[in-house]
Design a protein around this ligand. Structure first.
Ligand code: SD4
Length: 323
């Protein structure tokens, strides 16, 4: 059989994707290192990750360094310091990290710590658990040497005060649930890692946890196949196990873009079946397979991401969308 029939090209990635286990990996072009992150605003985050990858560093170090840029940026109002608070005025953070062995760590409902992704990595590396929540997560962070600080900036507090006037919980598509950073990287040695970090949905209920720190929902990696992560309305991502679904679809032969599209379609179909409006629902997915092919897809117009490799540089990509 013509061996080209075994290969499918990632629609965005332009890199052949091995769809048949008979082919040997060294017969196809592998694009590495590479990093991809949700939202075009992650350009500086990609730069930080690329610095690690280009010098031959570890994908896990790259994604941690990358998303930390957004966690520390007060102008990113969906991640870390400067994140929009919950409806009671508390900034509460969710994050998870996963490596090429399938090991992972997460923190949820964490307060007062600027870099939840680094705490999540400590959970993975220093504890027998995968997830710590709330006060326990903060206590662990302090024990590990992280410093407590107020994460509510004047800008975020003003936005909250304004919201309080109506107190309507109607997330504004591509604005209020925008800029959570999910990042996937493949290093020179072919190791895949991913990180996802967020302050969650703006004006959420106190105690609410979204998809971003949930392995299989906000992030998933299978080193045999690839990686995926999500941004947008977390409840919808969790209900469809979005990132795990994308990885499984890639395992069955879908390109990264096809897999992201199908996962977005599942959300649309489920809501249509229940006659629910999707007007206020945006979810965007990115995926990277083990060969460095990548893809993205959104439910609504307006989702984008950023890819960095030697071929394209640090490039913005506007994802296709279903609606
Ligand atoms: C959440 N998925 O907590 C996050 C929000 C998000 O860009 O992605 N914002 O539901």
């Amino acid at each position: 059989m013509d061996r080209r029939k075994f290969l499918k090209t990632g629609l965005l990635g332009g890199v052949p994707f091995l769809t048949n286990g008979c082919d040997s990996i060294d017969t196809i072009k592998i694009s590495k290192p590479i990093v991809i992150a949700t939202w075009h605003t992650s350009d500086d985050a990609n730069e930080a990750a690329w610095d690690v990858l280009e010098s031959g560093g570890y994908a896990l170090d790259a994604v941690e360094a990358g998303v930390k840029v957004e966690e520390a940026d007060p102008n990113n109002m969906t991640v870390g310091y400067g994140g929009r608070p919950d409806r009671e005025g508390n900034v509460t953070l969710d994050a998870c990290i996963m490596d090429e062995k399938g090991d992972c760590g997460a923190v949820v409902f964490l307060k007062d710590i600027m870099h939840p992704i680094s705490v999540a990595r400590k959970v993975m590396e220093e504890t027998p658990h995968i997830m710590l929540a709330g006060e326990g997560a903060k206590q662990f962070a302090l024990e590990q040497g992280f410093e407590a600080q107020n994460l509510l900036t004047p800008k975020a507090e003003q936005a909250w005060q304004k919201w309080l006037k109506t107190s309507e919980y109607k997330p504004v598509v591509n604005i209020e649930n925008h800029d959570t950073i999910g990042m996937l990287a493949l290093d020179k040695e072919g190791r895949l890692s991913g990180a996802c970090t967020t302050s969650g949905a703006a004006w959420k209920m106190h105690g609410r946890v979204g998809d971003s720190p949930i392995i299989g929902a906000g992030l998933f990696i299978d080193p045999e196949v690839g990686a995926a992560c999500a941004t947008g309305l977390g409840e919808e991502v969790v209900k469809t196990a979005g990132s795990a679904l994308i990885v499984e679809l890639m395992r069955q032969g879908s390109t990264p873009e096809e897999a992201c599209k199908e996962a977005a379609q599942r959300i649309v179909d489920r809501n249509k079946r229940e006659n629910r409006s999707l007007k206020n629902t945006q979810v965007g997915y990115i995926a990277l397979n083990k060969n460095g092919a990548y893809g993205a897809y959104g439910i609504q117009k307006g989702f984008n991401c950023r890819v960095y490799n030697t071929e394209v540089g640090n490039q913005r990509i506007d994802a296709k969308h279903l609606i």
